[in-house]
Design a binder for this molecule. Structure first.
Ligand SMILES: [Zn+2]
Length: 410
């Protein structure tokens, strides 16, 4: 009989853990007393598959915030902070409003439709955007919310889009930026997962597509693929970036690198590379437009600026360039972030930056903040701070494309 006997300290009372989370509670309850202490929850958050990159590498975390965020999922209630963050509908409406208000500067474009029928919206931003010559300008892509629960990663791209068009004409930097660049902003790569995280299970990470078979080929009712483990450009030579040598497809026993073939895991890579429409949509955008030279992905948390490789500790042939650009972005944020390679944090396969590096794009991942769903009071300051790093990134890519100090597309 599975009645949840587990309790946890919530405000000043012992609250019951949701019966749906009994298995999770059992894993967290290391001393077996059926009360989940803050310390037990924190240890799970630190050492479970709960970070952004994956297992076991969480520094810069705000213990109190992380524990309190996790309790919502354990108790089985939404996180009330959701009200202060844009919903998918609100974000979609805001992009439509920007297009209506600034028709010469931006267009809302659907990149694809999710399993639950939501559009993956992009805002294409450039001076004279309706003229097809815009696609001859240097292109950059800015994304948020590959991972459902990383709510701040939605707000920053939205802020960057809004500021890009509203400051045009009154601020020289903003005006020149839209003359020289074509900026694609995709604030919510994972709309289905994001809405699920907002309304029912705030610690949800993956998308919401039902998975049909597990790694052994048995039918499963598991849900969701980790979109930042699913990238593959479809070429044989880059398949190792999705599935490293030594990791076989039909078992999860040999999983490594914070990536799994088990569909019940938070870091499930999917049944095959680029199986997910969200990932297909992003690949079509970045590889399908010859003018795109840089990609900036937002995640949370950790206050880090990450560059390739994600899969290996080996340096890339362009580490000097990555450090130069990363350090400039960091300087715009008073050097409050750390610049490092993704693998130095922890190696993972199938991520959004490695395939991009292989195609000579310039990709970075920003891990913002100290928890997944920070107190709403930090939304505006975080957007202003990280927004500056976004502008440095765009301007660097444009300047370097002109100088020839970033490689030609491959
Ligand atoms: Zn993430």
């Amino acid at each position: 009989m599975q009645v949840s006997a587990y309790r946890l300290q919530d405000q000043n009372r012992l609250a019951p853990v949701s019966p749906a989370r009994a298995q999770l509670a059992e894993a967290i309850d290391s001393n077996g007393d059926q009360v989940l202490s803050d310390q037990e929850i924190f240890e799970h958050v630190q050492h479970g598959d709960e970070g952004c990159r994956g297992a076991g590498h969480h520094h810069n975390g705000d213990r109190t915030a992380l524990v309190s965020e996790f309790k919502h999922t354990l108790i089985g209630r939404p996180n009330p902070a959701a009200a202060a963050y844009h919903s998918y509908e609100q974000a979609s409406a805001e992009l439509a409003q920007l297009e209506a208000d600034f028709p010469n500067l931006c267009q809302r474009v659907s990149l694809g439709k999710t399993a639950q029928g939501r559009d993956i919206w992009a805002l294409r931003i450039s001076e004279d955007v309706t003229n097809e010559n815009t696609s001859k300008k240097t292109g950059v892509v800015i994304t948020g919310c590959h991972h459902a629960r990383e709510w701040m990663s939605v707000e920053i791209p939205l802020h960057v889009a809004r500021e890009a068009v509203t400051r045009y004409g009154s601020d020289d930097g903003a005006t020149n930026r839209l003359k020289d660049a074509e900026i694609w902003v995709v604030p919510i790569v994972n709309p289905d997962g994001y809405e699920h995280s907002r309304t029912s299970e705030n610690m949800w990470r993956k998308n919401r597509r039902p998975v049909e078979f597990d790694a052994m080929g048995k039918p499963t009712n598991a849900i969701g693929v980790d979109l930042n483990r699913n990238y593959w450009d479809g070429t044989a030579e880059n398949e190792r970036l999705y599935r490293p040598a030594g990791d076989s497809p039909n078992t999860s026993w040999d999983d490594f690198s914070a990536t799994s073939d088990n569909p019940r895991k938070d870091t499930y890579r999917g049944p095959k590379g680029s199986s997910e429409v969200e990932v297909q949509s992003l690949l079509k955008l970045t590889l399908g437009h010859e003018n795109i030279r840089g990609v900036l992905n937002h995640h949370s948390y950790g206050d880090m600026i990450l560059h390739p490789w994600g899969i290996s500790h080996q340096p890339t042939e362009r580490d000097k360039m990555y450090k130069e650009i990363g350090n400039k972005m960091n300087a715009a944020m008073n050097n409050s972030f750390e610049v490092q390679s993704s693998a130095d944090l922890y190696p993972a396969s199938g991520d959004s930056d490695d395939y991009a590096h292989a195609h000579n794009l310039v990709p970075f991942t920003l891990e913002v903040g100290r928890s997944f769903q920070p107190d709403p009071s930090s939304i505006q300051p975080m957007c202003e701070k990280v927004g500056k790093a976004n502008l440095v990134f765009i301007d660097e890519i444009v300047a370097r494309a002109k100088e020839g100090t970033i490689p030609a597309r491959a």
